[in-house]
Write a protein that binds this ligand. Sequence first.
Ligand code: NAP
Length: 661
Amino acid sequence: MTYSPAAVQAPQDSVVDDLYWRDEYSQITEDDAFLRNIVETSDLPALLVALAAVTRDFSLLRPNLRPPQPPADTIGQPHGGMSQEAQMEARELAFQALRRVRDEQLTRVETLDEDQATSILEWITNAASPEYHPFLMHDMALAEGKSGKPRWNYEDISAGREFSVAIIGSGVSGMAAAYRFGQANIPYTVFEKGNAVGGTWWKNTYPGVRLDTPNYAYSFSFAQRDDWPQQFSEGPEIHAYTCEVARRGGIEENIQFGTEVTSAAYDEATGLWTVQMIVDGEQVSRRFNAVVSAVGQLDRPKFPDVPGRTDFAGIHMHSAEWDNDVDVTGKRVAVIGTGASAYQIVPAVVDQVESLTVFQRSSPWMLPTNGYYDDMPDSVKWLVEHLPHYGQWMRFWQYWLGVEGRQHTMNVEDGWNTPGSVSAINERVRQELTRLLAVQYQDRPDLLAKVTPDYIVGGKRMLRDNGVWAESLKKPQTTLVTSGMERMTENGIIDADGVFHELDMIIYATGFHASEFLEPLQITGRNGRDLHEYWGGDAKAFAGITVPNFPNLFILTGPNTGHVVNGSLFTMMESAIEYTLEAFRHLLEENLKALDLKQEVLDAFVRDLDAANSKKAWGHPSVNTWYKNKFGRVSQIWPYPVLDYWKITRRVNLDDYNKLS
Ligand code: NAP
């Protein structure tokens, strides 16, 4: 259970840092007509760079064919906005190159040197600032030596000093930390209160659970699975991926399952954290040099504060505590909430229930996504199998398109005073999405009035819409209640209009206690300081990671590291892990007990951050979301470009910290 270096299966000496790396691909045997069809039905930017990398013919990446990528206010244009003319030329080039892959039996691809990787980057990003290059190469599996893999080893720098780390939680951030620490041979143990890895993907088993971000880009940079069955895969598929990564990465054996960490206290004299945990009902205590919180923040279900809530005697469960033994068939069911979880549950259960009553407090903005439930196209499946590294290039292309995504639609324009929007672009998006809603609900003006959101686009994360939500609401068995809930009774809910809804089952899709970072862990820092008292409900951490007076405590997916319309959860958490590893390196090389963030550094960081968030749609005073805490401060969202987060996590500025020795 405790980490031993031999457990790491990843190739330590290899330049490749990808647990899904394949050396050999299937040989192409199909005829020209088949290949023609492949290029006709494929996304061209990913296809061309994959072909250039395999054939080593970088002249395929002609400057006139660069995908221009006009900013996508709502739906991005296919092929990165390439003109019809450019698409035709690119298809012909791709066809010829694909024939070459077949005729020369090219079944493997070598890594790229710096110049080759750069020429691909310049082409695929349409010559975006070179500042992006190192950032993007981090996620380019073929770029030699550019990944987040640590380039140092514990044994080489520790001078025999004992050092160990506790990671709390084995969700995706805890797993990524474990993998990277393992690569540096840092001794660690992961403590997981459940009995499986995967965190949110293990816990959330409600009907309809699936990804709502494109699947290729939703994966670890060091585990670039290439054969995803769908663009937005279902929950069990993602959970299976996390289990597979834990196995391939040698993480699993270093996880102590069934162990709930209850507290951690820092001891000034020794510089060690005493971590208390419950194992098999017994209180156990262990000491570590550093504590890494990977507890996530969408873990503790939140229930609405409705009079009589506990009086309801029927079946009731939160979306994150789904009981798969419960059959909804023929039941009178209520779903409370219309956020991301409800949005997946409602279409999944609507045809099984006798009646469905949806209690909506605010209606979500929706992003049209026709292929939301679709299987991966056959052309993609074939390319993944036959064109070496195509899947990784798909991932890379999707990743790049999401880096800044629709951020530009969310900026508050100085002097803009049209109610319901924050800028001309934001207003344009609102009008476009409103128009699409009007089309969807043209036969139901009663519903249209209820489902048209009354808050700024981008105030909250948009939900993927392939029409199933509208279909579900229009069904005769469905009632959409927008008046609110007056009270709950033993057998139903009385709405704010006084109408009684008799129910067999209530599904709470009402979100989580997201602002209460690290609750209910009791964390005691220097001089007996309690973390939650220090925060007072207003969690703040430098880069979301470190907090003054809590030396060697590192938080993953911490305050202000989330995104609304762009970015990548994986980049944010992997960057935070790389920063944490840099801190470990300093501790070991300089034989320090601990690093303690200076208060003034955090204050300055938060001052700038708050100012930046106030200039975004989600920071607007009229918007009320879980991104804001009880003080109205945005404590969830990173307001800057993702690149900025990556930059500030490249190195630990020791001047920001008090060095404890
Ligand atoms: P959520 O987005 O916070 O939605 C909660 C819903 O419950 C909202 O509609 C909210 O209304 C409503 N609500 C809360 N309290 C209520 C009350 N007292 N009365 C009536 N309605 C109430 O929670 P979630 O749907 O569980 O999603 C949480 C986050 O998890 C998402 O934002 C997303 O980041 C993530 N998620 C991701 C996926 C995925 O596919 N990858 C799926 C599910 C969740 P208001 O809007 O008015 O607050």
